[in-house]
Design a protein around this ligand. Structure first.
Ligand code: FPP
Length: 241
């Protein structure tokens, strides 16, 4: 919960809309999937940089509920990339003290991907240096609608009184129940939209729109986004001191 005061200059939780893979590839005459592949390299770089920059939680928008409308070949290419990342990087994530969690509706995902997700969550559960939250088949509105359904079912069954539904109860019914709200949302590629990401959770977040396409987002670009955050004054609706 916001405490009304200015927070420390480094965000604890950074959430990223990794945009621009397709344009990065098109600019080089490459297939879109090559952009996503290079995007996975950028994920590795940013995960590695987080502990050095004091970031404790990193949330990545890897696949939105809207991404199903892309061509089947691009969807299956992205799924192959997720499989590869989860298989190949799990041991390194454990070694680096990274805890991985997933948010989003897993039901429509292939059973082997769901099993890999569960396995990586179980393997990395002891990670204490950084928590990486990967949003796959995630949509902010779907998250909110699901929370409403869960709370409504509790009320209907008599387990909860309708009057008990406050902001804390609602937040606890979201996919992100045990993750603090993001302090900073970064979107790459110069686009300035939230695109149905963390709609509830980003209520008090700062936004930084980085000009780089996601595959070009390196340690320096990350440092620039963090320093833009550090230069802002967060008031959470209160007056400046
Ligand atoms: C947006 O770029 C990016 C995506 C929809 C996919 C993000 C996925 C990755 C970076 C792959 C690896 C992820 C993990 C977690 C290993 P876009 O295709 O919308 O780009 P465009 O707007 O230029 O077309």
């Amino acid at each position: 919960m916001p405490d009304g005061s200015r927070t420390r200059p480094t965000p604890r939780h950074v959430a990223i809309v990794m945009d621009g893979n397709g344009r990065w590839a098109a600019n080089r005459g490459l297939a879109r999937l090559e952009g996503h592949r290079r995007g996975a390299d950028a994920v590795r770089r940013v995960v590695e940089a987080c502990p050095d920059f004091g970031v404790e939680t990193l949330t990545l928008f890897a696949f939105s509920t809207e991404n199903w409308s892309r061509p089947p070949s691009e969807i299956s290419g992205l799924m192959t990339l997720f499989r590869r990342y989860l298989r190949r990087d799990a041991a390194e994530l454990v070694e680096k003290g990274v805890r991985v969690r997933f948010i989003g509706d897993r039901a429509p995902l292939a059973p082997d991907i769901r099993a890999l997700m569960e396995s990586v969550e179980a393997q990395t559960v002891g990670g204490e240096r950084l928590t990486v939250v990967i949003a796959i088949n995630y949509g902010g509105r779907a998250d909110i609608a699901r929370a409403a359904r869960r709370l409504a079912a509790e009320v209907a069954s008599g387990r909860r009184a309708a009057d008990d539904i406050d902001e804390a109860a609602f937040g606890a019914a979201l996919f992100t129940a045990d993750v603090a709200d993001p302090d900073l949302v970064i979107r790459t590629s110069g686009e300035q939209r939230i695109s149905n990401f963390l709609l509830w959770q980003a209520a008090y977040a700062e936004f930084v729109f980085a000009p780089e396409f996601w595959p070009d987002f390196d340690r320096d670009a990350f440092a620039r986004a963090l320093s833009a955050y550090g230069a802002r004054e967060r008031r959470f609706g209160a007056l400046a001191e």
